[in-house]
Design a protein around this ligand. Sequence first.
Ligand SMILES: Cc1cc2nc3c(=O)[nH]c(=O)nc-3n(C[C@H](O)[C@H](O)[C@H](O)COP(=O)(O)O)c2cc1C
Length: 170
Amino acid sequence: MALRQEETPTNAIAAELRKGLRSLAKAVVVITTSKGGQRFAMTATAVSELSMDPPSMLICVNKSASMHPALADGADFCINILKGEQGDIAACCSGKASGDARFSEGEWLKSSLGAPYLADAQAAFVCRQASHATYGTHSVFIGEVVEAHTSTPYDPLVYIDGRYTRVQPA
Ligand SMILES: Cc1cc2nc3c(=O)[nH]c(=O)nc-3n(C[C@H](O)[C@H](O)[C@H](O)COP(=O)(O)O)c2cc1C
């Protein structure tokens, strides 16, 4: 279906956008942060590389998320890319558990900036918060990567059409 903004109500565009985005396969990450001794973790897919000069990433976080106030207050964060076998961690950090109980799945270590990172993640990028902007329901946080942990082979957890899967050869 083709919808144009000038002739279509916003909610109809949003419905088609949501439908179309079901085909946008994304690697699943857990964003972590900490503030005042409290740790937060949240499953996310609205994450992107930004630049290599300086090395930087961006994350999009709903203003209603429990970690949002800490990030809005300038907290640094870590982006943990999950492995295909870490679906339990994704479930734990997207509502199954809350607060510090989200760290009950997996081995979490403290990074140089304080934000927890997952010891056996596919990759983990520790980011010093550099900037943020709010748009609609979400805030975009930009972080300069100060620590990167990587592992191979590449077998990330992938989210597509509302479910978790793994990469298969084309
Ligand atoms: C696969 C998946 C991807 C998600 N991506 C995001 C995201 O990019 N940004 C976001 O704010 N919430 C995202 N969410 C929703 C949060 O994980 C979920 O609402 C979480 O429970 C919010 O945190 P809170 O319970 O600490 O408030 C995603 C959830 C799932 C299952």
